[in-house]
Design a binder for this molecule. Structure first.
Ligand SMILES: [Zn+2]
Length: 335
């Protein structure tokens, strides 16, 4: 029997469409139970307004569905979105990056596709992927801290993701009354010092020299630039304070650091471990580890949301995906 005929007679394999919606790009992928089949990136067009950017999300879902091989059939959609996200209601409460307010994402994507929709916060989705496939695999309690454009955490406690109406882990804002003005309307928020965006902005504000992101500031600090060194140290100091607070509140023994700034490696992690250790007395010092999924964590997390929505047994999928991540056999697994 010809091979093509054998395939033609096989039942179609289930697959999910996963979108990691960012303020600049939507990263999408199509995955079956063993790994990624197709992937792509689309500009979000957030500046064109909330309806347009949501239209881009629906168009991207259609693009991903059209990219599905004929041997596969879609069984679910997974979406990870930035901002204040209420997973239980399926609503994006507020996203500064996308301009969305009280947007019933699940209802609208379900109406558009007729497929079950899994929905989550981008940081919590990335954290779940790290927990199930990457740096946190096999650990019941961990806190994931994303240090990128902003600063946010995801709490996985007693094997459960803590959501609290979308506000759990919003550590980047509030808590102080003095300092630099913040986009949230407050002052001196941790995010105004301890984020990749803040590091670049604060260096330029002090020197008048434009830089190409936090990575550029770190390179200048290594070359002996005193301002770059101070800005970097300030960020690590504030991040250390935030991480120590998270350990004091949750008692976790493992902190996973993700987001763009983790690419700095030990230049970030070594002084961060020191700052955290200084601030703890009765608590055991947690292991502070870098995320391993990199920029793909949100997409992997969205794929898991899609499988959960489709009510398909996750255990064999988690095993296959974790193997793919470990062996780096999937293109872009650690991009
Ligand atoms: Zn703020």
């Amino acid at each position: 029997m010809p091979v093509s005929q054998t395939i033609g007679n096989s039942p179609p394999q289930p697959a999910v469409v996963a979108l990691d919606v960012g303020g600049t790009f939507v990263k999408w992928l199509v995955a079956d139970r063993t790994g990624v089949l197709r992937r792509g990136t689309t500009p979000t067009r957030a500046a064109d307004g909330p309806e347009r950017s949501f239209g881009v999300v629906l168009d991207t879902v259609d693009t991903a569905l059209a990219a599905l091989p004929s041997t596969h059939t879609p069984v679910g959609i997974g979406l990870a979105v930035p901002g204040t996200v209420d997973e239980r209601r399926g609503v994006c409460v507020y996203s500064e990056n996308l301009g969305w307010r009280e947007l019933p994402v699940v209802e609208r994507v379900l109406r558009h596709t007729g497929l079950p929709v899994g929905f989550g916060h981008d940081v919590r989705s990335a954290a779940t992927a790290e927990w199930r496939l990457g740096a946190g695999r096999g650990i019941a309690d961990q806190v994931y801290v994303s240090v990128g454009t902003g600063l946010a955490a995801a709490l996985l406690l007693d094997g459960r993701l803590v959501v609290s109406g979308g506000y759990a882990g919003e550590i980047g804002h509030g808590g102080t009354l003095e300092g630099e003005p913040c986009t949230c309307g407050g002052r001196g928020c941790a995010e105004t010092v301890a984020s990749a965006a803040a590091i670049a902005r604060r260096y330029t504000a002090s020197t008048g020299i434009p830089v190409d992101g936090a990575r550029d500031v770190l390179a200048r600090a290594r070359e002996g630039d005193a301002v770059a060194h101070r800005v970097w140290e300030d960020a690590v100091e504030v991040l250390g304070s935030v991480v120590a607070d998270l350990i004091r509140v949750t008692g976790v023994a493992r902190i996973v650091i993700g987001g763009g700034l983790v690419h700095a490696g030990e230049a970030l992690l070594t002084p961060l471990r020191d700052r955290v250790r200084e601030r703890l007395t009765v608590h055991p010092t947690a292991h502070i580890l870098p995320a391993v999924l990199g920029g793909a964590a949100g997409s992997w997390g969205a794929a898991l949301l899609g499988w959960e929505a489709a009510d398909i047994d996750l255990d064999p999928i988690l095993t296959a995906y974790a193997d793919a991540v470990r062996t780096r056999s999937e293109p872009g697994a650690a991009e």
